[in-house]
Design a protein around this ligand. Structure first.
Ligand code: SF4
Length: 306
């Protein structure tokens, strides 16, 4: 629970606040940028919510926060519902896609997504275990399969799998993090799940990173930590700083996705992004070009120091 005595000074005056336990995961300012922002290493409330709708939005950020660093008075919380998640993101002909909220500290606040599909719902990565969320997902038809994009974002997947008796998918090269997972991808082989979802190995960020693709056109790409959108740079980003296994392989894995027809990018961390026709290919080309130019600059700088 957020502590008033630990309230950060940067918060503006008013009922909502962020305290010093914030881990700077970004969930709050992505879900409610009107009221939450980053100061560089912590979040803060830059604008207090005004009116019922805005308070409900800020309350979503409060629920989503993986470390309960967001505080608000009991009288406000009493008027908000804990049943608001999952939230509809988009409707694709292959299924509705929802943001689950309830981020987990175990995955550093990574996003998880629920796809409603006539052949069985699919959970992409794991939210924090939450009885209100489980109740809502049960009403929506439960979970048939769970996809774990890589070893960092498994969070409470075992509890979710047990609650819904669902089978999990993960790559063999990350399986040490969750050896009980029922189904494994191997090597670079793509797997079709049979409900318009395919899983593509994209080694790099971790050796066993995979992405999930919904649909055959105007696709939705669930990218884990392989790729995300950076709104400051207005660019698609793969990060060398957050590459835990092999950067050269990660760039190869980025290139591998160039011919997809992505309409929505839904990552584990960073911003989601909607693309117009043709923008995806261009975004990948720009990312690869940017990284290539950076590598050349670094090489030149190194050469000049000798
Ligand atoms: S969601 Fe919580 S931990 Fe994450 S940035 Fe916001 S206040 Fe900090």
């Amino acid at each position: 629970m957020a502590l008033r005595k630990e309230r950060l000074l940067k918060n503006c005056t008013g009922p909502f606040f962020v305290d010093s336990s914030c881990i700077d995961c970004g969930s709050c300012w992505r879900i409610d940028p009107q009221h939450f922002a980053s100061s560089g290493n912590k979040a803060y409330v830059h604008n207090q919510p005004n009116g019922k709708k805005e308070i409900e939005k800020a309350f979503l950020a409060l629920i989503d926060c993986p470390v309960a660093a967001i505080g608000a008075p009991k009288r406000i919380k009493a008027h908000c519902s804990s049943d608001a998640f999952p939230i509809l993101v988009t409707t694709h002909f292959a299924g509705e896609v929802y943001y689950c909220g309830w981020s987990s500290k175990k995955s550093f606040g990574a996003s998880s997504w629920l796809i409603l599909n006539s052949k069985g719902n699919i959970l992409i990565d794991s939210p924090r275990w939450s009885a209100p969320l489980a109740k809502q997902i049960k009403k929506m038809g439960g979970v048939g399969q769970m996809v774990l994009t890589h070893k960092d974002d498994i969070a409470d997947s075992a509890k979710w799998a047990k609650a819904f008796c669902c089978e999990r998918w993960m790559h063999k090269d990350d399986i040490n993090a969750a050896p009980e997972v029922e189904n494994q991808l191997t090597g670079l082989d793509t797997v079709e799940l049979g409900n318009s979802i395919k899983l593509i190995p994209t080694p790099g960020h971790t050796k066993g990173s995979i992405v999930a693709v919904l649909g055959s056109e105007e696709q939705i790409l669930f990218s884990g930590d392989h790729l995300w959108w950076n709104i400051d740079k207005d660019a698609l980003v793969a990060s060398k700083d957050y590459c835990w296994w092999n950067w050269t392989e990660q760039l190869k894995s980025v290139k591998k996705l160039i011919n997809l027809d992505v309409k929505w990018l839904l990552p584990g961390h960073g911003y989601a992004k909607k693309f117009a026709q043709g923008e995806w290919k261009l975004a990948i080309e720009n990312t690869l070009k940017h990284e290539e130019e950076k590598a050349i600059r670094n090489l030149k700088a190194k050469t000049n120091t000798y």
